[in-house]
Each structure stands twice: as C-alpha cells, then as structure tokens.
Design a protein around this ligand. Structure first.
Ligand code: SF4
Length: 462
C-alpha cells in the first residue's frame, strides 16, 4: 500500500501540533459580534490561548476567565462563573452573547455549567439585567479528549443549536468558514459577491485585520450577528467548507431544519475551488460569472509558470489542521509535488473514513505516510534518524525550529503563524489564494536555491 494512515505509537507528546479543545471554542467565539467568552477554568486556559491568537493576528481582542483557584478545583467553582457573568455584563454594556466554555479541570470536577446557566437565567439576568438581551451558552470542551479542532467544531454546533430558529425560508446560504484567517474570509466573501449569493457567514473574523485609525487603535470583534445565527435555520443550504470545523453544525441544521448540508471541499487549490463554485451554483441556481473564469485563468497561468520547472517532484511534509493539510496535499499533487508525510495532531476516528484520504490511498503511486495523533517529533525524528528526505515543510510556526535546524525551507501556513509578517491577510482559499500560495511556495524554494547555490543561475533566465 502506497498511502498508509497510522497512529503515533510512542507515549507522550514532544512539541504538540495542536492545543486543546477550549482554544477551538474560543476561536469560534471571537467571530461573533457583541460576544465575549468566559472560559471556566484556570487563567492559563485563556492567557496562553489569547497569547497565541494575539501573536497570530497581531491584534487585541477580549476573552474572559472564571479564574479557577485551588479551592474551586477541589470543591467546585460555579460561584466564579456567576461572578464572571455579572462582572462582564457590568463592564461591557454591549455584550449580548456569553459562551461558558468548560476546560479539563472543570469537566473533571463535574461543574454543571448547564445548571449554572439555568440558574443565572432565572435569577441574575431576570433581576439585575432584565432590560438587556443576554444569551448564555454552555459549551463543553473537556481538553482530555479531542483537540482545538474538535473544540471549534463543537462550539460552532452549540452556537447554531442555541440560536437557529425557523421562520420564513430565505434564499441565503450558510457559509461556515472553518478555522480561517481574515484574508480567507475576505476571499470567500469576494467569491460570494461575484456569484451574487447572499450568505450568513459563520464565523466572520475579517475584522481581525483591523485598521489603526486617527481615533486610535481598536479592539477587534467578530462580525457574525445574532440575527444571522438565528437565520441559519431558514437558509437554502449550509456550506461547511471544512469537514472537521463546522461539519457538526451543518449536520444539525440538516437533521433539525432540513437545510441541505454541503460539507467540503475546503476551496484550497484550483480543483477544490472549482468544486466549491459548482456546488454553490447548483444550490443557488446562480451561474458562475465570467469574472471568476478570468480569475481562474490568471491563477492557472501563474501556477503553470512555477509548477513543472521548479516544483515538480519536490518532497513535502505537511502538518496542522486536518482539512487544511488534506486540501494542501491535493493542491501539492496538482502542482506535481510529492507530499511524503502528513501529520494530523489528533486521533479523530473519522479520519479512517475520510473520502479524501481514501482517494489518496487509491491513486498514489509512491509512498505517503499519514500519522494521526502526531507531534512534531514525528517529523524531526524521521529527518534526523530515519533518513526521510524532505525538500519543503508546510505548517504553522511551531515547526520553525525543524526548518532552521535541518536547513529545510518552510512555507508558513495554518494556525498559529507568528514568525512571518501579515500571513493572516493572505488568503489560501479561492483562485486568488491558490495563486498566492503557489507563488509563496515557489518564492520560498527560490530563496533556498540561492542560499544553497542549487541551480541558482536558472533564476536569471526563466
Ligand atoms: S489542557 Fe486543560 S489546563 Fe491546559 S489550557 Fe487546556 S483546558 Fe486549560
């Protein structure tokens, strides 16, 4: 078999690829307007996650913690959730949505966050905040199972489940972007605008590329409104672009409200963008306009310039969020590259039946190893001790030391990326994303050719 899905056998993790479930729930919550999440756990469950987000976006934004201490960790700390909700509402008069996000400690001690939400709804909110619209949403994200990817998926489903309400049918679609960047959201909105399709965009973080205005710097907030979340039940279809980051919500809307669910593909690369637009056209009856055909042509032209001459047969190792890694693998194959190792940072049982991985299994004619529940040592060990030859690494900034130590060029992509400027602004989705990504890969390779004097003169004449 040329393509094999295995699981890390070694106990313990060395340099994890993912962080824990609550991080994913926090990522989803920052996409909602007038929303500040309260993470029910130790302060570090927010502080370190917030630091990662800030490093990635280079922006400020708000997340809160119930700040569990020793006594709470032993005897329960629901009183701290009650206090946290009260303080948040007093301090932020515009906040309407407050997810209560559990963590490993508060799940282990069995704090009943559903119960405290019922208590607050019946007490504090009725008495002290009776004139305010406030939504408290329990989100269970125990960090000893799943990963940040699962946490995102669960939180998206829980927000949709809480707000979705059937009223009048709408021609709008639901677009669940998955774990995207501001640049991706912009590119997706551009595709929708060209197709003249209106959408409830969940979760809208384009504004995390915020301006520095004459009035001063601004705190970033998401833009998905309560109205849009509520309208998801009336949509013509749900497009969950990433199977593992929004798929659950699409299935919920299908099962509960008969909203057709179109799960995937992540529109990364020409092939996947074509499929996305075709499905969008089928679901809405809107034709694909000539403007997008032209964009596709420009991207194809740019990709053709670099593919065969420079990228063909380059061996690539990829790691990160599963939908991103799998779609990038498809794009690399389309560009004649050879992905040789894919590292997925958790052990989701669904990977074994992922049709995209099955397709790779059926069609590859060289060895590609896919490791679930992987850490970055899986990559480093193969390079250092097992003779794996890799021409290029693609992944987030946590793998930068492997690139530096073994002198292998690296394309920064995914989350978090903090050691290159402005990457959150550059889309990887759509035709524009495909073009920028191919050029980024090529330019990274060109810099390596120069640095290592590897066929460097070719760059004078191509
Ligand atoms: S693993 Fe547990 S303690 Fe650590 S950040 Fe995640 S939820 Fe918090």
């Amino acid at each position: 078999m040329y393509c094999e899905l295995t699981e890390r056998e070694r106990a313990g993790i060395i340099n994890p690829i993912f962080t824990c479930q609550p991080a994913g729930a926090q990522y989803a919550s920052i996409g909602i307007k007038e929303c500040i999440g309260i993470v029910h756990g130790g302060q570090g469950c927010v502080m370190f996650v917030r630091l990662l987000f800030s490093q990635h976006f280079k922006e400020s934004f708000e997340l809160a913690s119930s700040s569990l201490h020793e006594d709470g960790a032993v005897f329960g700390a629901l009183n701290r959730v009650e206090e946290a909700v009260d303080v948040l509402l007093m301090r932020y008069p515009d906040v309407k949505v407050i997810p209560i996000i559990s963590t490993c400690a508060t799940e282990v001690i069995g704090d009943d966050i559903d119960g405290v939400v019922r208590k607050l709804n019946a007490g504090l909110l009725k008495e002290k905040y009776k004139d305010r619209e406030v939504h408290l949403i329990p989100v269970h994200t125990p960090s000893f199972v799943g990963s940040m990817v699962t946490g995102y998926d669960v939180a998206v489903r829980d927000f949709v489940k809480y707000f979705a309400k059937k009223t009048e049918p709408s021609a709008k679609i639901n677009l669940i972007t998955g774990w995207a960047n501001p640049g991706d959201v912009r590119a997706l909105k551009h595709l929708l605008a060209e197709m003249q399709v209106e959408a409830n965009v969940l979760f809208e973080i384009e504004t995390f590329d915020s301006p520095l205005m004459p009035s001063g710097n601004h705190v970033s907030h998401g833009e998905t409104t309560i109205q849009e979340l509520s309208d998801t039940a009336n949509a013509a279809a749900t497009f969950a672009l990433n199977r593992y980051e929004g798929g659950k919500a699409a299935e919920y809307l299908r099962d509960k409200f008969d909203v057709p669910a179109i799960i995937g593909p992540s529109p990364i690369g020409i092939r996947n963008t074509d499929t996305f637009l075709k499905k969008l056209s089928e679901a809405t009856g809107k034709p694909i306009p000539q403007s997008l055909v032209r964009e596709r042509g420009i991207a194809l032209d740019a990709i053709t310039d670099v593919t065969h001459m420079f990228l063909a047969d380059k061996k690539v190792a990829l790691y990160g969020n599963p939908d991103l890694v799998i779609s990038l693998t498809q794009f690399c194959l389309d560009m004649e590259m050879k992905p040789v190792l894919l590292l997925l940072g958790d052990d989701n049982a669904a990977y074994k039946n992922d049709p995209r991985l099955k397709e790779l299994e059926e069609n590859l004619d060289y060895k590609l190893e896919i490791v679930m529940n992987a850490d970055l040592w899986e990559l480093e060990n193969r390079i250092k001790n097992e003779g794996l030859e890799v021409d290029l690494i693609m992944g987030h900034s946590k793998g930068r030391f492997i690139s530096i130590d073994y002198n292998i060029p690296m394309v920064r992509i995914g989350f978090p990326v903090y050691d290159r400027a402005g990457m959150y602004r550059h889309p990887v989705v759509g035709y524009e994303g495909a073009m920028l990504l191919a050029e980024n890969i090529a330019n990274t390779w060109f810099a390596d050719m120069e640095h290592k004097h590897n066929r460097e003169p070719v760059l004078n004449v191509w």
